[in-house]
Ligand binder design. Structure first.
Ligand SMILES: Cc1ncc(COP(=O)(O)O)c(C=O)c1O
Length: 460
């Protein structure tokens, strides 16, 4: 497939949101008007809670008009270097021209047919060529489709009902088996909630104890292979042993680690092959493609070559949209040929080092920390007593937005070049100076609106 750029877009003008100190000016008037209308017709004003208004400072209500590379422009024309990038789905940069061109070519040939499209096999072979522990794959549109399908397959294969999920991992699915275990569990029957049990990450004996508490009841253990910098190999091997001893299916949710920790997934990095694994996010540079992959004998229960009772395993009208799969193939090709994962680590390390220098310069090591792997950095905001603080998170976000940086995390893409990283480091230095001043006074006096709030809460 040719990889040259077929689409050229004009480079938009870079305009900072406001002059410093003038956040509450009309720099965001277009966004404010948009939000008012959006809340009347869309519950929460957005289609994803993590993008909700309550996740951002009140006085910086940007609504994105477009993105290119590592930058986005809001409806008022303000530009930002963006981090996180589509909830970590966009790893090559917004509107990556080769991926866009591949999707456009597929679109021109039609999106959806009465019989399977040829691109389905090409995408499956490309995927299985990378994820060497998996023997079969089925594509879907969202990560939740994949993790929920993994749980169903495990239940069918084991004849058991309970799902053991890792309580240290904040999000594995928008479906009831997972959301029922969060504080935002309205509408989920108790009978469903009772089928989910939880264990902490990193403690094999706690998992042993969970199996002892629910003998022959747990169908699968589902978890992210890792979140931080730890070498997870020993623990994951223990988890695998425990699952085998108890006849449970081991599922790694690689939504974040896949195409980020390692080209071949965290399962390759740590040398532990799960029975099933799930991917999404980065695999199609923002296009809606996710995957359930794993052992043939399990996956085939959803196929036409099985003597077992059939499992209705992922069967959506849009599951194999041609342009999404074409985008995934091109994204995987770029990953394999251009060491994208190496770039994510390198640029993340540059950012971490620069931010750490400011933390040290300002003596803020107890209040502000950069955490995680270089390819997946987040930050912690703490108050003067060193306790986690949403008001200080809000202040930091606010001061960065003022300076043209949109950073709910420090998760980079391969499009974050040195200029963008260095601009960010400089802005972080200035934002942390304000942060330090706020530590000596009342942080609320420094905020231009209410603080941000966590997604999972029972009441608004
Ligand atoms: C680890 C993990 N698993 C599953 C999901 C669910 O994916 P989706 O939002 O595409 O349904 C997410 C989404 O954030 C995730 O981070």
């Amino acid at each position: 497939m040719p990889s040259d750029a077929a689409i050229t877009l004009p480079t938009p003008v870079i305009k900072l949101p406001t002059e410093l100190g003038a956040l509450d000016s009309d720099a965001f008037s277009g966004s404010v008007a948009h939000q008012k209308k959006a809340h009347r017709v869309i519950p929460g004003g957005a289609h994803t809670y993590a993008k909700g208004d309550d996740q951002m400072p009140e006085a910086a209500p940007l609504v994105v008009e477009r993105g290119l590379g590592c930058r986005v422009w809001d409806v008022d024309g303000n530009s930002f270097v963006e981090y996180g990038m589509g909830l970590r789905a966009v790893t090559l940069g917004h509107a990556e021209p080769r991926v866009t061109a591949a999707a456009m070519r597929a679109l021109e040939g039609g999106t959806n047919f009465t019989r399977p499209a040829a691109v389905e096999l090409r995408a499956a072979e490309a995927f299985l060529g990378l994820i060497d522990g998996a023997e079969m794959v089925k594509f879907c549109k969202d990560g939740s489709n994949a993790t929920t399908a993994a749980a169903k397959l495990a239940r069918a294969a084991t004849g058991r009902d309970k799902i053991a999920l890792c309580a240290s991992h904040p999000f594995l699915s928008q479906d009831d088996w997972f959301i029922g275990a969060t504080p935002m569990d309205a509408g989920i029957p108790q009978a469903v909630k009772d089928l989910t049990v939880r264990f902490p990450y990193g403690d094999a004996s706690a998992l042993e104890a969970l199996f002892a508490l629910h003998p022959d009841e747990i169908a699968c253990v589902i978890m992210e292979p890792a979140r931080g910098v730890e070498d997870a190999t020993h623990y994951l091997l223990e988890v695998q042993r425990i699952c085998r001893e108890h006849g449970a299916v081991l599922v790694f949710d690689e939504m974040l680690t896949g195409f980020r920790w390692h080209l071949k997934g965290a399962q390759h990095l740590y040398g532990v092959t799960p029975d099933l694994s799930t991917f999404g996010k980065a695999m199609a540079n923002g296009f809606s493609v996710s995957a359930l992959a794993g052992r043939r004998d399990l996956m085939e229960r959803g196929g036409l070559h099985t003597e077992y009772e059939r499992v209705f395993l992922l069967s959506g009208t849009h599951g194999a949209e041609t342009h999404g799969l074409a985008a995934a193939i091109e994204t995987m090709r770029i990953y394999a040929e251009e060491d994208v994962v190496g770039t994510l680590y390198r640029q993340g390390a540059r950012l971490r080092d620069g931010v750490n220098q400011h933390i040290n310069r300002l003596g803020l090591s107890k209040q502000f920390a950069v955490l995680g792997r270089d390819c997946n950095l987040v930050f912690a905001t703490r108050d003067a007593d060193g306790l986690p603080s949403q008001p200080f998170r809000t202040l930091f976000l606010q001061e960065l937005i003022r300076r043209g940086i949109l950073a709910p995390s420090f998760v980079v893409s391969a499009a974050h070049d040195n200029d963008a990283i260095d601009q960010t480091i400089e802005s972080v230095g200035e934002a942390l100076e304000v942060y330090r001043d706020a530590l000596d006074g009342d942080v609320n006096q420094f905020l231009s609106g209410r603080p941000v709030k966590p997604v999972f809460r029972r009441y608004v």
